[in-house]
Design a protein around this ligand. Structure first.
Ligand code: AMP
Length: 280
């Protein structure tokens, strides 16, 4: 597996590959890799000649300083995991390499989807995501770039970004990888205690409950029931539960809105913020 630290070297490498007719898949990550990331790399391997994975904890997408400081870092293990799935290249730039001037984001207009859910609760987050993803796509020039549905709003934002910037990369959404008890895999899970890890599958059980409640209750009623269930569970501090249109990400008021709908949850366990979602 080739390792790159510098954007210029990687960019020359991918240009040579493209000229030789080799297709490139790209999987951007913030490291602390787990099976969810690896499932993206595996899919990318199946659909492209070579796969590049990036590991970069992007400071401009963190609205909470402690979350950035405490973000898990397991670089040696990450490299082993990437080798185990035959990843061809890994890009591990420094912060200065990605932000040579100032650590600031560009401002983007994503037609309003940036103001829903995560956007409401993490000010500036999607400007940070847009800024880093556009830089990474310009460096790696992939034919296809892979993003998890775990961060569903981010996936929709990146699709918008690719169309705004007229990028020549297809953005591919990949299903959520979960552990045996249904908890969506996440790098932040590494910070949960054993007890918290056990209790965290409550989120998945509530998402499944929504599917059942949907048959007899309006979206507002369902959101209220789930919100009450979280209030009764001392392990959690619920930030939001939203049932929303998959495309506009706006909260729906009735089930017959015509488009596909999804339930989205963000909740804290202590200072660790977990998000999850499920198609309904
Ligand atoms: P992160 O390192 O958390 O920024 O994630 C890098 C990529 O992996 C993003 O596209 C995520 O949506 C995706 N990802 C993270 N966790 C999962 C998961 N459990 N299942 C599928 N994709 C995931």
């Amino acid at each position: 597996m080739e390792q790159f630290k510098y954007a210029k070297a990687l960019n020359s490498f991918v240009k040579r590959k493209r000229e030789a007719g080799i297709s490139i898949g790209f999987v951007p990550t913030m490291g602390a890799l787990h099976e969810g990331h690896l499932s993206l790399v595996r899919q990318a391997k199946q659909e492209n000649d070579i796969v590049i994975c990036s590991i970069f904890v992007n400071p401009t997408q963190f609205n909470n300083k402690n979350d950035l400081i405490n973000y898990p870092k397991t670089i040696d293990n990450d490299l082993e995991l990437l080798k185990s799935v035959d990843c061809d290249c890994v890009f591990i730039p420094s912060v200065d390499e990605m932000y040579p001037d100032k650590q600031v984001s560009k401002h983007y207009d994503f037609s309003g989807i940036e103001n829903e859910m995560e956007g409401k609760h993490r000010p500036g987050h999607f400007d940070g995501v847009g800024t880093i993803v556009s830089k990474l796509l310009e460096i790696t020039l992939p034919h296809k770039a892979y993003f998890g549905e775990k961060d569903y709003q981010q996936l929709q934002i990146v699709k918008k970004l690719a169309s705004i910037l007229n990028l020549d990369s297809e953005i591919v959404g990949c299903p959520i990888a979960r552990n045996k008890s249904g908890l969506a895999l996440s790098s932040r899970n590494k910070r949960l205690t054993k007890d918290q890890l056990h209790e965290a599958s409550f989120i998945y059980s509530q998402l499944n409950l929504i599917k059942r409640l949907k048959k007899e209750h309006s979206p507002d009623e369902v959101m209220q029931i789930i919100s009450n269930n979280f209030s009764s569970n001392p392990a959690f501090d619920l930030e939001y539960i939203t049932i929303a249109d998959e495309n506009t990400l706006k909260t729906i008021r009735n089930w017959n809105s015509g488009n596909n709908v999804r339930a989205f949850v963000a909740a804290f366990m202590g200072d660790i913020r977990l998000i999850d979602n499920m198609a309904l």
